[in-house]
Design a protein around this ligand. Sequence first.
Ligand code: PLP
Length: 402
Amino acid sequence: MLAKKELQFNDYSRFLVNTYKRHSVNFISGNGIYLHDDQGRKYLDFLSGIAVTGFGHNHPKLVTAAVNQIMNLWHVSNLFESASQSELAAKLAEASGLSGVFFCNSGTEANEAAIKFARKYGKGRSTIITTLGSFHGRTMGSLSASAQFKLWDGFHPLTPGFKYVPYNDIEAVISSIEKDTVGIMVEPIQGESGIIIPDDDYLQHLSKICSENDILLILDEVQTGIGRTGKHFSYQWYDVQPDIVTSAKGIANGLPLGAVICSEKVADIIQPGMHGSTFGGNPVAVSAANMVMNLLDDEVLENIKLKGAILMRKISELNCDSVKEIRGKGLMIGVEFHKEVNAKEFSSKLLRNGVITTTAGENVLRLLPPYIITEENIDNFINVFAESLNDYIRINNQKLHS
Ligand SMILES: Cc1ncc(COP(=O)(O)O)c(C=O)c1O
């Protein structure tokens, strides 16, 4: 048996349930767009904890907000008033054009609550239409809403009450509506299935169908929200007003918080005892989120749009034959490769070369850098991306011809 001090993190990792295929890198500190591992290496973070740390690591104003709160009071039950929750709810209502907010701890919980609120609103109507390839979370309701069959394997029976249609297909939605339909739930941009951008009029069509049939338009903005695409919420690119919006990930820059933001007609039907959460809206997470909302001003939103456009342009100017498509909005970008490049292998290579990314869907490299990204950071990324890709292709060619 090794002495405790000699054990490395990977010796202990056998005690973790194997839900993630983890890279053997142990980050121990962060500063802005950079993370540092326990071997003294510095990494350029183009992942942001999967669209979470929008304002980077160790942002002084966020640290101060969270630390001040933690020193004062770090938990209070939702049985009591909370001025800071009310303040955050007002900010989210204003940013979204909606009126009532419920706080929870994560994206999947926000979607669970959205499903319950929709059913309550439906007074007996229960079916929610969702789209193939969607990802709404891992708990049973959200998992059942997520139409990715590989995620369901071994977890049946699913929660009933969902119908699945192809994404971006309005006719399929229309023909799926029945007397029992109460909601249509979509990601305005599908994240996990590969940064799939809808047609310009898709959300508007959905919105029209919803209002004509008294069906709720539920938008899962867990990944796309809180500035990620250059607007507070990505539906704001498409000039629609949803009935329910779910949010999490970037909302508290990494502290666990989720939110369901509802229109008045939905908020009005929810009464005490219908739903709740012990930890939801925790004071520390809410303090950080209030600061996130303060920081997310027009200048930052402009930076997200501008830097996203520059990043996409610079990748495209590399003219890589192996790149099939570059797509995205703001700082939510997918680079799809032809099959000679395996996005997962390439992402691991980037990591070895000091750049953190991830993948999504069919062979897509997913880039989610923080909103504080500079042009210099982009240039550094482009250099590593280009060199790593050349190297990847050279080694693959050698393997093919040996
Ligand atoms: C669109 C979307 N919805 C829901 C979730 C689930 O969020 P969480 O992991 O916080 O439960 C995710 C997570 O990736 C997501 O991208």
